[in-house]
Design a protein around this ligand. Structure first.
Ligand code: NAD
Ligand code: MG
Length: 391
């Protein structure tokens, strides 16, 4: 690929997902610039084996331990090593790739992502739930092991591109943009009756089911507020959210002299991923180019906290600190799954999160064992609240 100043070994955790696929697209276009060490998936053995063969990965890991034999036979004769279960996902992250894409969805990504951090890899972080669940511990490990974390989430990637890390006191505000999702204009009645199909039909981005539902409730922006607070520690009161339905400005940083720096681009995850893949250099990327004349106008609105209470819940969790963000995340994962399974309604998602936060009370998170315990207990509560609301 033209202008690629980089050739590096890469591993892709969550290779069969939406971010994983976009990453692989860039790797393939690199024409050999990137050597693939490891790839992982959760259950899709066939897809994992196919892409492992195609990119010549050295190791493939499947999350479901029952699928080991299937993966082994799908890879027989290729020389590609393989494993199954959580330990195999960890092993994939530990294998010696310079650059690791962390694109597993949910808290399941925490352990493997930490393994990559602890060997000092460059970690391209898509898995925002990792920072929401264990942000303080995670960032401490990043410092301790001298790892480099590059945000893939488009908003945080935009901020990373214009953030003056050595002049943090000059930052007046971070302005996270939000598309508003498919229900930006919808009434409460429409949202109450919303189906999973409607909720995952995002107007601008093509993403996995969980993050698509999070975008529809705007819990995604709540998770991103918490994510931003860990990556760019300016304080919660300095992080604003602005609805920007065109998803062209991916976020902004306002400085004390009145300057506001933004990063713009077509809504295509291959742009932020390419930024992380070539960092600190730049590489040519295939995303559609911005045609500002054709776009014509960009619009901005305030968020409606009545219809999108998730943002308020997330801000409250940041202020409460301790276990609150971890509880919010675990309950949200359970509630979103309940909604996707047809058990609960769309508006029940945030209600289950609030019920779980109440039930769990307050507490601190001092170590990774605490993260696991609190996450487990939260999920048990959330399951009972989902069951109580089941239709
Ligand atoms: P996805 O559902 O399309 O893919 C998820 C990947 O994780 C798949 O490869 C799947 O096999 C794997 N996986 C799922 N559950 C697992 C488990 N329990 N153990 C091991 N592996 C598991 O999701 P996505 O849209 O690619 O999102 C991935 C992450 O990136 C999420 O944290 C999401 O919030 C974040 N993100 C995604 C986008 C996007 O455009 N899709 C943008 C910003 C951030
Ligand atoms: Mg985002």
């Amino acid at each position: 690929m033209a202008d690629t100043c980089t050739s590096r070994t890469v591993s892709i955790l969550g290779a069969t997902g939406s971010v994983g696929e976009s990453t692989l697209d860039l790797v393939r276009r690199g024409n050999g610039a990137f050597a693939v060490e490891a790839v992982t998936a959760n259950t899709r053995v066939g897809a994992l084996a196919k892409l492992a063969r195609e990119v010549g990965a050295r190791f493939a890991a499947i999350g479901d331990p029952d699928l080991y034999d299937d993966l082994k036979s799908a890879l027989s004769g290729t020389g590609i090593e393989c494993g199954a279960g959580e330990s195999a996902l960890d092993e994939a992250a530990e294998r010696p790739a310079e650059w690791v894409m962390a694109a597993i969805v949910g808290a399941a990504g925490l352990s493997p992502t930490l393994r990559a951090v602890r060997r000092g890899a460059i970690v391209a972080l898509a898995n925002k739930e990792t920072l929401v669940c264990a942000g303080d511990i995670f960032m401490e490990e990043v410092r301790r092991f001298n790892s480099t974390v590059l945000p893939v989430d488009s908003e945080h990637n935009a901020i990373h591109q214009v953030f003056e890390f050595d002049r943090i006191e000059a930052v007046e505000k971070l302005i996270l943009t939000a598309s508003g999702g498919p229900f930006l204009e919808a009434s409460m009645e429409v949202m109450r009756a919303a189906t999973p199909e409607q909720a995952v039909a995002h107007p601008n981005w093509n993403m996995g089911a969980k993050i698509s539902v999070d975008s529809a409730t705007m819990m995604n922006k709540g998770l991103e507020l918490i994510e931003a607070g860990h990556l760019f520690p300016v304080g919660e009161d300095k992080i604003d959210v602005v609805v920007h339905p065109e998803s062209i400005i991916h976020s902004m940083v306002a400085y004390c002299d009145g300057s506001v720096l933004a990063q713009l681009g077509a809504p295509d995850m291959r742009t932020p991923i390419a930024y992380t893949l070539a960092w600190p250099s730049r590489m040519a990327g295939p995303s559609p180019r911005l045609d500002l004349i054709q776009i014509g106008n960009l619009s901005f609105y305030q968020t409606d906290l009545e219809r999108f209470p998730a943002l308020r819940v997330a801000r409250d969790c940041i202020k409460s600190g301790g276990q609150a963000p971890l509880v919010m995340n675990g309950a949200n994962e359970v509630a979103v799954q309940g909604f996707l399974d047809g058990a609960i309604g769309f508006l029940d998602i945030v209600a289950v999160v609030e019920e779980s936060l109440d039930a769990m009370g307050s507490g601190t998170v001092d170590c990774l064992a605490d993260v696991a315990d609190i996450d487990r207990e939260t999920r048990q509560f959330a399951e009972t609240f989902v069951a109580a609301r089941a239709r």
